[in-house]
Design a protein around this ligand. Structure first.
Ligand code: GLN
Length: 537
């Protein structure tokens, strides 16, 4: 088994996760079985309790693990299946170590960062190897070199690499080479210092991936090579991509990173065949059609809060050879100005998941506008609850209908807390989480889109459609197109007379990939395109 450790230097948000994922794409296309994992140095047990302002999206896996959004990149860029083994936080490490200590497992020893914490970290690399039987394990260390809290992880991978030997492990360091306008130059000093920091703790990177806005010329590469003690051909340029993050694998391939990795790790594999990936990029860069989609949320100013939703929309575009312009609309603006002003120029409306009351009325107005004007609507989790509340108020005339999450005393609690949730008091990891089966109703648009009877989709919520209202909704042609196999929970709804009005209690966006666009997103973009009458370019 071979191991690649990805670290990051100089600044955060360099796209380390993307780089790791893109390397995964290339290695997979060389016929290797790849597993990707992320180590996060923060003390939260998982990101599930963090605000989107702190952390961006919480990415949910099949097994219900609430994880870092980089795991979303891993799943989108490769075919590897992830579980809670693939994301480890300091919080989890300390939780395990402290539990072991209380159980007397350390036999009277003083419990220390080295070796007890570091062993626990190394153990996770090993367990993932045993579990996945991968040829290559790519482990990304979150944070930036120099962070105090990252040190145990770096020490752990240093020891690990020493143990397995240099032909079995390599260090890839993602660094930043800034362009200083006043000097008109790219500067290498921050990279030198970040590599020096790594070498101080005994890690000598084998490959340096240099993130930059301008091309790295030969001279700069030589300088970085010399000062950082990395071979010239292992100084890699990773410029900002022009159009799409899906260009990153091709960019790394042009720089021969996969070749370099395989040579160093003695992996005898053919050149990757990236033809299908090139076709995906072609459809993103030069699509036959174009369409504009409005996403109505409350964290629209944050790039990462709805990451998987934005990506899944793009995948739906790829499936339709349709470029998608995403208009990020603040639900509170809609609340203030009315829906018409913000939605008249979009061909589809999407309301993503969310928690808390802020912006709810704006989302309800957006759902109403879409329903009444025949604008394609896709609701995800909270987006389904919003569709339900809107329908109750404006079609069934149930005044003040609401979700008990936002109005505990509403006269018409059309959305109410799941039974299993009523006794829950702890916050972390206690929602209805992970992949669960959903039975589709024969003859519905949803079933036609999926082309299946039973599907498995990922959840993260506490509230649900209130079954006391099912009959009343059904009579008004509000169709339940997906239910749990025991029929107890509503999972998908649709309005059959509308050109496209579908909403799900789960999060389909977590299972969409550029090479396997999710059927609900494919259908949504097709309907939006049909509405916008976009002419071929
Ligand atoms: N707040 C809603 C619930 O808990 C929706 C959650 C979500 O959109 N992920 O049910």
């Amino acid at each position: 088994m071979k191991y690649i450790f990805v670290t990051g230097g100089v600044v955060s948000s360099l796209g380390k996760g993307l780089t790791a994922a893109a390397l995964g794409t290339l290695l997979e296309n060389r016929g290797l079985k790849v597993a990707l994992q992320k180590f996060d140095p923060y003390l939260n047990v998982d990101p599930g309790t963090m605000s989107p302002y702190q952390h961006g999206e919480v990415y949910v896996l099949d097994d219900g693990a609430e994880t870092d959004l980089d795991l979303g990149h891993y799943e989108r860029f490769t075919n590897c299946k992830l579980s809670r083994l693939n994301n480890l936080t300091s919080g989890q490490v300390y939780q395990t170590v402290l539990n072991n200590e209380r159980e007397g497992k350390y036999l009277g020893k003083t419990v220390q960062v080295i070796p007890h914490v570091t062993n626990e970290i190394q153990n996770r690399i090993q367990v993932l190897g045993e579990y996945t039987k991968a040829d290559v394990i790519i482990t990304e260390i979150g944070g930036t070199t120099g962070d105090i809290e990252g040190l145990p992880f770096l020490e752990a991978i240093r020891e690990f690499a020493l143990e397995v030997g240099p032909q079995n492990a390599l260090f890839l360091h993602v660094t930043y080479v800034p362009f200083i306008k006043a000097a008109g130059e790219l500067k290498t000093k921050p990279t030198q210092q970040s590599v020096a920091k790594l070498r101080e703790i005994g890690i000598a990177p084998n490959i340096l991936v240099c993130r930059c806005e301008r091309p790295l010329d030969k001279e700069l590469r030589q300088k970085i090579s010399l000062f950082c003690n990395v071979p010239y051909e292992a100084v890699i340029e990773e410029k900002d991509v022009d159009h799409s993050i899906y260009e990153v694998p091709l960019m790394l391939q042009r720089e021969r990173v996969d070749e370099l990795v395989c040579r160093q790790l003695h992996l005898d594999t053919p050149q990757p065949n990236m033809a299908h990936w090139q076709e995906i990029i072609r459809k993103i860069i030069a699509p036959q059609h174009r369409v504009r989609i409005g996403v109505v949320g409350k964290y629209v100013e944050l790039q990462d809060a709805y990451k998987s939703v934005y990506e899944a929309i793009i995948h739906g575009g790829v499936a339709n050879d349709c470029g998608v312009e995403i208009e990020k609309l603040d639900a509170e603006d809609i609340e203030r100005d009315g829906a018409e002003k913000h939605l008249k120029s979009v061909a589809g409306v999407l309301v993503p998941g969310g928690f808390g009351e802020r912006g709810i009325e704006g989302k309800i107005m957006a759902a109403r506008y879409a329903r009444e004007n025949g604008v394609p609507y896709l609701g995800l989790c909270l987006g389904m609850q919003i569709a339900t509340i809107e329908f109750a108020r404006n079609v069934l005339k149930l005044a003040h209908a609401h979700s008990t999450e936002f109005a505990p005393d509403t006269p018409h609690p059309v959305i109410a807390m799941l039974d299993e949730q009523t006794r829950v008091t702890r916050k972390g990891g206690t929602m209805r989480l992970g992949a669960q089966p959903c039975q589709l109703t024969v003859g519905t648009r949803t079933a036609r889109l999926y082309g299946a009877f039973v599907v498995k989709e990922r959840h993260r919520h506490r509230y649900e459609f209130n079954n006391a209202y099912r009959e009343q909704f059904a009579q008004a042609e509000f169709v339940f197109s997906g239910l749990t196999p025991d029929s107890k929970l509503v999972e998908i709804i649709e309005l059959p007379k509308h050109p496209f009005y579908i909403a799900s209690q789960f999060h389909p966006e977590f299972q969409s990939k550029p090479h396997q666009p999710h059927p609900l997103f494919t259908g949504f973009i097709a309907a939006a395109h049909a509405r916008s009458h976009a002419k071929p370019l």
